[in-house]
Design a protein around this ligand. Structure first.
Ligand code: TXA
Ligand code: MG
Length: 330
Protein backbone atom coordinates (compact mmCIF):
# COMPACT_ATOMS: atom_id res chain seq x y z
CA UNK A 1 0.00 0.00 0.00
CA UNK A 2 1.45 3.42 -0.86
CA UNK A 3 1.92 5.67 2.11
CA UNK A 4 -0.02 8.78 1.06
CA UNK A 5 -3.34 7.71 -0.36
CA UNK A 6 -6.40 9.40 -1.78
CA UNK A 7 -9.47 8.50 0.25
CA UNK A 8 -12.09 6.40 -1.54
CA UNK A 9 -14.30 3.61 -0.29
CA UNK A 10 -11.55 1.00 -0.76
CA UNK A 11 -8.72 3.00 0.82
CA UNK A 12 -10.88 4.11 3.75
CA UNK A 13 -11.74 0.45 4.31
CA UNK A 14 -8.01 -0.40 4.21
CA UNK A 15 -7.33 2.38 6.72
CA UNK A 16 -10.04 0.99 9.00
CA UNK A 17 -8.34 -2.42 8.82
CA UNK A 18 -5.01 -0.88 9.88
CA UNK A 19 -6.72 0.84 12.83
CA UNK A 20 -8.58 -2.36 13.82
CA UNK A 21 -5.22 -4.12 14.01
CA UNK A 22 -3.92 -1.46 16.39
CA UNK A 23 -2.00 0.57 13.80
CA UNK A 24 -1.74 4.33 13.13
CA UNK A 25 -3.42 6.32 10.35
CA UNK A 26 -3.10 10.05 9.73
CA UNK A 27 -6.34 11.60 8.48
CA UNK A 28 -7.77 15.03 7.65
CA UNK A 29 -10.19 16.92 9.88
CA UNK A 30 -11.70 20.36 9.33
CA UNK A 31 -9.17 21.80 11.82
CA UNK A 32 -5.79 20.06 11.28
CA UNK A 33 -4.58 16.57 10.31
CA UNK A 34 -4.86 14.03 13.13
CA UNK A 35 -2.78 10.96 13.95
CA UNK A 36 -5.35 8.32 14.81
CA UNK A 37 -5.33 5.07 16.77
CA UNK A 38 -7.97 2.99 18.58
CA UNK A 39 -8.68 5.06 21.72
CA UNK A 40 -9.77 1.93 23.60
CA UNK A 41 -6.53 0.05 22.91
CA UNK A 42 -3.63 1.20 25.12
CA UNK A 43 -1.07 -0.61 22.99
CA UNK A 44 -2.26 1.21 19.88
CA UNK A 45 -2.25 4.55 21.73
CA UNK A 46 1.35 3.98 22.84
CA UNK A 47 2.29 4.19 19.17
CA UNK A 48 0.88 7.73 18.99
CA UNK A 49 2.97 8.91 21.94
CA UNK A 50 6.06 7.24 20.41
CA UNK A 51 5.54 8.65 16.92
CA UNK A 52 5.02 12.18 18.23
CA UNK A 53 7.61 12.06 21.00
CA UNK A 54 4.77 13.32 23.17
CA UNK A 55 4.96 13.26 26.97
CA UNK A 56 2.50 10.62 28.18
CA UNK A 57 1.02 12.99 30.78
CA UNK A 58 -0.56 15.00 27.96
CA UNK A 59 -3.97 13.40 27.24
CA UNK A 60 -5.49 12.87 23.78
CA UNK A 61 -8.85 13.77 22.26
CA UNK A 62 -11.17 10.86 21.40
CA UNK A 63 -13.01 11.34 18.09
CA UNK A 64 -16.48 9.91 17.42
CA UNK A 65 -18.90 9.58 14.54
CA UNK A 66 -21.85 10.87 16.61
CA UNK A 67 -22.65 12.64 19.86
CA UNK A 68 -24.69 9.64 20.89
CA UNK A 69 -21.60 7.41 20.71
CA UNK A 70 -19.43 10.02 22.41
CA UNK A 71 -21.82 10.36 25.32
CA UNK A 72 -21.57 6.66 26.17
CA UNK A 73 -17.94 7.12 27.25
CA UNK A 74 -18.43 10.31 29.31
CA UNK A 75 -21.09 11.75 31.58
CA UNK A 76 -22.73 14.50 29.56
CA UNK A 77 -24.38 17.38 31.43
CA UNK A 78 -27.02 19.73 30.02
CA UNK A 79 -24.44 22.19 28.66
CA UNK A 80 -22.66 19.37 26.79
CA UNK A 81 -25.91 18.29 25.15
CA UNK A 82 -26.74 21.82 24.04
CA UNK A 83 -23.23 22.41 22.68
CA UNK A 84 -23.28 19.07 20.85
CA UNK A 85 -26.62 19.93 19.30
CA UNK A 86 -25.36 23.26 17.97
CA UNK A 87 -21.71 22.65 17.15
CA UNK A 88 -21.24 18.96 16.33
CA UNK A 89 -20.09 17.74 13.94
CA UNK A 90 -17.55 20.55 14.13
CA UNK A 91 -14.41 22.08 15.68
CA UNK A 92 -15.37 21.82 19.36
CA UNK A 93 -13.80 19.51 21.96
CA UNK A 94 -15.50 18.99 25.33
CA UNK A 95 -13.85 17.87 28.57
CA UNK A 96 -16.23 15.77 30.65
CA UNK A 97 -15.97 13.15 33.41
CA UNK A 98 -15.26 9.66 32.11
CA UNK A 99 -18.22 7.35 32.59
CA UNK A 100 -17.85 4.31 34.80
CA UNK A 101 -18.17 1.77 32.04
CA UNK A 102 -16.62 3.87 29.30
CA UNK A 103 -14.19 2.21 26.93
CA UNK A 104 -11.54 4.93 26.56
CA UNK A 105 -8.14 3.58 27.63
CA UNK A 106 -6.48 5.22 30.64
CA UNK A 107 -3.44 5.98 28.53
CA UNK A 108 -5.61 8.00 26.12
CA UNK A 109 -6.66 10.29 28.97
CA UNK A 110 -3.20 10.15 30.59
CA UNK A 111 -4.75 8.66 33.71
CA UNK A 112 -7.19 11.57 34.27
CA UNK A 113 -10.79 11.04 35.41
CA UNK A 114 -11.92 13.27 32.56
CA UNK A 115 -11.85 12.76 28.80
CA UNK A 116 -11.71 15.10 25.81
CA UNK A 117 -14.24 14.18 23.13
CA UNK A 118 -15.04 15.58 19.72
CA UNK A 119 -17.17 14.79 16.64
CA UNK A 120 -15.31 16.17 13.61
CA UNK A 121 -17.14 17.34 10.51
CA UNK A 122 -14.62 16.56 7.74
CA UNK A 123 -16.17 13.99 5.41
CA UNK A 124 -13.07 11.77 5.34
CA UNK A 125 -12.84 11.74 9.14
CA UNK A 126 -16.54 10.87 9.25
CA UNK A 127 -16.19 8.06 6.68
CA UNK A 128 -13.34 6.62 8.71
CA UNK A 129 -15.20 6.85 12.04
CA UNK A 130 -18.33 5.37 10.52
CA UNK A 131 -16.41 2.23 9.61
CA UNK A 132 -15.11 1.66 13.15
CA UNK A 133 -16.78 0.45 16.32
CA UNK A 134 -14.37 2.37 18.56
CA UNK A 135 -13.39 6.06 18.91
CA UNK A 136 -10.12 7.35 17.48
CA UNK A 137 -7.59 8.95 19.78
CA UNK A 138 -6.03 11.62 17.59
CA UNK A 139 -3.68 14.44 18.42
CA UNK A 140 -2.43 16.72 15.68
CA UNK A 141 -0.20 14.68 13.33
CA UNK A 142 3.10 16.44 14.09
CA UNK A 143 6.10 15.89 16.36
CA UNK A 144 5.31 17.13 19.84
CA UNK A 145 6.01 20.88 20.12
CA UNK A 146 5.98 21.51 16.37
CA UNK A 147 3.43 23.37 14.27
CA UNK A 148 0.21 21.43 13.61
CA UNK A 149 -0.11 20.07 10.06
CA UNK A 150 -2.73 21.50 7.72
CA UNK A 151 -1.72 19.43 4.67
CA UNK A 152 -0.61 15.83 3.98
CA UNK A 153 2.87 17.09 3.06
CA UNK A 154 3.24 18.67 6.52
CA UNK A 155 2.36 15.36 8.15
CA UNK A 156 4.95 13.55 6.08
CA UNK A 157 7.64 16.17 6.78
CA UNK A 158 7.01 16.15 10.51
CA UNK A 159 6.48 12.45 11.24
CA UNK A 160 8.23 10.72 8.32
CA UNK A 161 8.59 6.97 8.78
CA UNK A 162 6.69 7.07 12.06
CA UNK A 163 3.36 7.30 10.22
CA UNK A 164 2.73 4.37 7.89
CA UNK A 165 -0.43 5.69 6.24
CA UNK A 166 -1.75 9.17 5.43
CA UNK A 167 -5.25 9.71 4.05
CA UNK A 168 -4.69 12.83 1.95
CA UNK A 169 -7.45 15.32 1.29
CA UNK A 170 -5.82 18.69 0.60
CA UNK A 171 -5.54 21.53 3.08
CA UNK A 172 -7.74 21.88 6.14
CA UNK A 173 -10.51 24.49 5.99
CA UNK A 174 -10.05 26.00 9.44
CA UNK A 175 -6.32 25.48 9.94
CA UNK A 176 -6.34 25.90 13.75
CA UNK A 177 -7.01 23.16 16.29
CA UNK A 178 -10.50 22.80 17.78
CA UNK A 179 -11.76 24.94 20.65
CA UNK A 180 -11.38 22.97 23.89
CA UNK A 181 -14.02 23.69 26.55
CA UNK A 182 -13.81 22.33 30.08
CA UNK A 183 -17.32 21.33 31.24
CA UNK A 184 -16.29 19.83 34.57
CA UNK A 185 -17.58 22.73 36.69
CA UNK A 186 -20.75 24.84 36.72
CA UNK A 187 -19.22 27.42 34.41
CA UNK A 188 -17.87 26.20 31.06
CA UNK A 189 -14.28 27.36 30.58
CA UNK A 190 -12.42 27.58 27.28
CA UNK A 191 -8.92 26.18 27.80
CA UNK A 192 -7.87 26.41 24.15
CA UNK A 193 -9.41 28.99 21.81
CA UNK A 194 -10.50 27.98 18.32
CA UNK A 195 -13.10 28.57 15.64
CA UNK A 196 -16.03 28.20 18.07
CA UNK A 197 -15.73 31.27 20.29
CA UNK A 198 -16.92 32.09 23.82
CA UNK A 199 -19.60 34.32 22.27
CA UNK A 200 -20.83 31.44 20.07
CA UNK A 201 -21.24 29.23 23.13
CA UNK A 202 -22.70 31.94 25.36
CA UNK A 203 -25.31 32.55 22.72
CA UNK A 204 -26.67 29.00 22.75
CA UNK A 205 -26.12 28.31 26.47
CA UNK A 206 -27.60 31.59 27.64
CA UNK A 207 -24.90 31.94 30.27
CA UNK A 208 -21.35 33.14 30.70
CA UNK A 209 -18.42 31.08 29.44
CA UNK A 210 -15.04 31.55 31.10
CA UNK A 211 -11.63 31.69 29.49
CA UNK A 212 -8.40 30.26 30.88
CA UNK A 213 -5.73 29.78 28.25
CA UNK A 214 -3.13 29.20 30.95
CA UNK A 215 -0.66 31.59 29.34
CA UNK A 216 -0.59 34.43 31.86
CA UNK A 217 -2.09 32.77 34.92
CA UNK A 218 0.90 31.34 36.76
CA UNK A 219 -1.71 29.53 38.83
CA UNK A 220 -0.92 26.38 40.78
CA UNK A 221 -2.24 23.80 38.37
CA UNK A 222 -3.15 24.16 34.70
CA UNK A 223 -6.65 23.08 33.72
CA UNK A 224 -5.33 21.33 30.68
CA UNK A 225 -1.96 19.54 30.67
CA UNK A 226 -1.24 20.78 27.14
CA UNK A 227 -1.13 24.35 28.49
CA UNK A 228 2.19 23.81 30.23
CA UNK A 229 4.00 22.77 27.08
CA UNK A 230 5.76 24.86 24.49
CA UNK A 231 3.67 24.59 21.38
CA UNK A 232 3.48 25.44 17.73
CA UNK A 233 7.11 26.45 17.77
CA UNK A 234 9.07 27.35 14.64
CA UNK A 235 12.85 26.95 14.86
CA UNK A 236 13.59 30.70 14.67
CA UNK A 237 12.17 33.28 17.15
CA UNK A 238 8.90 35.12 16.63
CA UNK A 239 8.58 38.87 17.21
CA UNK A 240 4.99 39.99 17.78
CA UNK A 241 3.19 43.29 17.10
CA UNK A 242 5.86 44.31 14.58
CA UNK A 243 5.39 47.77 13.07
CA UNK A 244 8.47 47.47 10.88
CA UNK A 245 10.79 44.69 9.74
CA UNK A 246 14.60 44.28 9.86
CA UNK A 247 16.43 43.37 6.64
CA UNK A 248 17.37 39.97 8.11
CA UNK A 249 13.88 39.15 9.38
CA UNK A 250 11.00 37.40 7.64
CA UNK A 251 7.66 39.20 7.71
CA UNK A 252 4.28 37.63 8.41
CA UNK A 253 1.83 40.39 7.67
CA UNK A 254 -1.91 40.88 8.07
CA UNK A 255 -3.90 43.40 6.06
CA UNK A 256 -2.19 46.17 4.13
CA UNK A 257 1.60 46.66 4.29
CA UNK A 258 1.44 49.82 2.25
CA UNK A 259 2.90 51.91 5.05
CA UNK A 260 5.32 49.39 6.54
CA UNK A 261 9.03 50.07 6.20
CA UNK A 262 12.20 48.00 6.32
CA UNK A 263 14.65 49.21 8.99
CA UNK A 264 17.53 51.02 7.31
CA UNK A 265 15.46 51.82 4.23
CA UNK A 266 12.99 50.26 1.84
CA UNK A 267 9.36 49.16 1.89
CA UNK A 268 7.99 45.87 3.19
CA UNK A 269 5.89 45.44 0.08
CA UNK A 270 9.09 45.10 -1.98
CA UNK A 271 10.48 42.17 0.05
CA UNK A 272 10.85 38.93 -1.96
CA UNK A 273 8.07 36.31 -1.66
CA UNK A 274 10.18 33.88 0.37
CA UNK A 275 10.74 36.60 3.00
CA UNK A 276 7.22 38.02 3.22
CA UNK A 277 3.85 36.31 3.37
CA UNK A 278 0.48 37.90 4.04
CA UNK A 279 -2.00 35.99 6.23
CA UNK A 280 -4.83 37.92 4.60
CA UNK A 281 -4.43 41.04 2.53
CA UNK A 282 -8.14 41.71 3.00
CA UNK A 283 -7.75 41.48 6.78
CA UNK A 284 -10.03 38.42 6.97
CA UNK A 285 -9.46 36.43 10.18
CA UNK A 286 -10.78 33.15 8.73
CA UNK A 287 -8.38 33.36 5.83
CA UNK A 288 -5.58 34.26 8.24
CA UNK A 289 -6.32 31.25 10.49
CA UNK A 290 -6.27 28.89 7.53
CA UNK A 291 -2.90 30.29 6.39
CA UNK A 292 -1.19 30.65 9.77
CA UNK A 293 0.59 27.30 10.23
CA UNK A 294 1.47 26.91 6.55
CA UNK A 295 3.08 30.38 6.44
CA UNK A 296 4.86 29.98 9.78
CA UNK A 297 6.42 26.82 8.36
CA UNK A 298 7.37 28.45 5.08
CA UNK A 299 9.07 31.44 6.76
CA UNK A 300 10.85 29.28 9.34
CA UNK A 301 14.23 29.40 7.53
CA UNK A 302 17.63 29.58 9.22
CA UNK A 303 18.69 32.44 6.92
CA UNK A 304 16.34 34.72 8.91
CA UNK A 305 16.96 35.99 12.43
CA UNK A 306 13.27 35.96 13.37
CA UNK A 307 9.73 36.12 12.02
CA UNK A 308 8.23 39.57 12.57
CA UNK A 309 4.44 39.29 12.87
CA UNK A 310 2.12 42.26 12.45
CA UNK A 311 -0.61 42.92 14.99
CA UNK A 312 -3.73 40.80 14.56
CA UNK A 313 -6.99 41.96 16.16
CA UNK A 314 -7.96 40.06 19.32
CA UNK A 315 -11.57 39.46 18.33
CA UNK A 316 -13.37 36.31 17.16
CA UNK A 317 -10.92 33.91 15.54
CA UNK A 318 -8.20 36.51 16.16
CA UNK A 319 -8.10 35.35 19.81
CA UNK A 320 -7.14 31.84 18.71
CA UNK A 321 -4.58 33.14 16.22
CA UNK A 322 -2.97 35.33 18.91
CA UNK A 323 -2.94 32.46 21.40
CA UNK A 324 -1.06 30.24 18.92
CA UNK A 325 1.43 33.03 18.19
CA UNK A 326 2.05 33.70 21.88
CA UNK A 327 2.69 30.01 22.48
CA UNK A 328 5.05 29.98 19.53
CA UNK A 329 7.08 32.63 21.39
CA UNK A 330 7.57 30.13 24.24
O1 TXA B 1 -8.49 20.11 16.22
C1 TXA B 1 -8.08 19.29 17.04
O2 TXA B 1 -8.50 19.26 18.20
C2 TXA B 1 -7.03 18.27 16.56
C3 TXA B 1 -7.71 17.34 15.56
C4 TXA B 1 -6.81 16.23 15.09
O3 TXA B 1 -8.90 16.84 16.09
N1 TXA B 1 -6.47 17.55 17.68
C5 TXA B 1 -5.65 18.15 18.59
O4 TXA B 1 -5.19 17.28 19.58
O5 TXA B 1 -5.32 19.30 18.53
P1 TXA B 1 -3.96 17.62 20.52
O6 TXA B 1 -3.66 16.32 21.20
O7 TXA B 1 -2.85 18.21 19.73
O8 TXA B 1 -4.52 18.63 21.58
C6 TXA B 1 -5.42 18.19 22.59
C7 TXA B 1 -5.41 19.17 23.75
C8 TXA B 1 -4.12 19.11 24.54
O9 TXA B 1 -3.73 20.43 24.85
C9 TXA B 1 -4.52 18.35 25.81
O10 TXA B 1 -3.75 18.72 26.93
C10 TXA B 1 -5.97 18.73 25.97
O11 TXA B 1 -6.48 18.81 24.65
N2 TXA B 1 -6.73 17.69 26.70
C11 TXA B 1 -7.03 16.45 26.29
N3 TXA B 1 -7.68 15.76 27.25
C12 TXA B 1 -7.83 16.61 28.30
C13 TXA B 1 -8.43 16.50 29.59
N4 TXA B 1 -9.02 15.37 30.02
N5 TXA B 1 -8.37 17.58 30.41
C14 TXA B 1 -7.80 18.72 29.99
N6 TXA B 1 -7.21 18.88 28.79
C15 TXA B 1 -7.22 17.85 27.95
MG1 MG C 1 -1.12 19.29 18.98
Amino acid sequence: MPKIIVPNSQSVQDACAVLQEGGLVAFPTETVYGLGADATNAKAVTKIYDAKGRPSFNPLISHYYSAEQAFTDVVANEDAKILAHHFWPGPLTMILPKSKHGRIADLTTAGLDSAAIRVPSHHVARDLLKGLDFPLAAPSANKSGEISPTSPAHVNESLGEAVPLILASGTCDIGLESTVVDLLGDVPVIVRPGAITAEDMQHVLGKAVGIDYGIKSKSDKPRSPGQTLRHYAPHIPIRLRAVDVAPNEALLSFGSVKFMGVKGGGAAKDLPDHQHMNLSEAGDLHEAAANLFKMMRALDRSEFKAIAVMDIPKTGLGLAINERLERACG
